[in-house]
Design a protein around this ligand. Structure first.
Ligand SMILES: Cc1ncc(CN)c(N)n1
Length: 231
């Protein structure tokens, strides 16, 4: 089955990741067009929803740092392509600025991160990241998770700054952070190195990578749900 998916993607001259996104479009849209995102885009978002998301995401990003480091280590060890290492290193480097940005935003919104308790959806998501850090988890599967985590944010926030959006001015910077063109190009670079990797993957690895994509999308939906008091 996975061989057929690969052949179809080749035939259409698209990567396997694109085939997956087309196949799982409704689930993917549930994450990238989540009611929280749509409420930012149409300007009806409640400030407590935004603050909940911001505080929970800060905790997530702190857990994301060692995860990205583990992806980088796997790329250094297992990839024969230096592009992989450079792209992942770029993502890693930008996390320092991201953490500083979260701290500035916390000041702006009167949030004290030290008082924030991680919610269940966040704990579960961070647990998944932790499990993926194991050297036993294949590099291709880990890279799939990494790309999926980044691209869901990119597509979600880009939607909030597209023409016609009514995103409140005070939230524009947040949306720009992940919705900007540079972040979009970085996601495309990740997708490209992942597609190359998937070309060489075994049937079993392909199956696991596709399941991982679905798992990440599901966690992202639960993550957005927290902002709406829905845990
Ligand atoms: C939950 C979540 N998913 C993705 C991202 C983008 N790195 C994030 N900051 N938070």
């Amino acid at each position: 089955m996975q061989v057929i998916a690969k052949a179809k993607a080749e035939e259409k001259k698209i990567g396997l990741t694109e085939t997956w996104l087309r196949k799982h479009r409704p689930i993917y849209d549930a994450a990238t067009r989540h009611p929280f995102i749509l409420s930012i885009r149409d300007g009806t978002v409640q400030s407590h929803s935004f603050k909940t998301w911001l505080a929970q995401d800060y905790l997530f990003v702190r857990a994301f740092v060692p995860f990205v480091a583990s992806v980088l280590i796997k790329a250094c060890k297992e990839s024969d392509d230096s592009d992989d290492v450079e792209v992942i290193l770029g993502g890693m480097a930008s996390l320092k600025d991201e953490i500083l940005w979260f701290k500035r935003e916390a000041n702006k919104w009167g949030i004290s991160f030290s008082d924030v308790v991680p919610q269940k959806a966040n704990i579960n998501y961070c647990r998944l990241l932790e499990s993926l850090m194991s050297p036993d988890v294949d590099y291709t599967v880990t890279l799939t998770a990494f790309w999926a985590i980044e691209v869901v944010y990119q597509e979600s926030f880009a939607h909030c700054i597209e023409e016609g959006s009514k995103t409140p001015p005070e939230l524009k910077e947040t949306c720009e952070r992940w919705g900007n063109e540079g972040f979009g190009q970085y996601c495309q670079s990740l997708q490209k190195i992942l597609n190359q990797r998937l070309q060489k993957a075994s049937d079993d690895e392909l199956k696991k990578a596709e399941v991982m994509l679905l798992s990440i999308i599901e966690h992202e939906v639960h993550f957005w749900n927290m902002s709406r008091g829905n845990v």
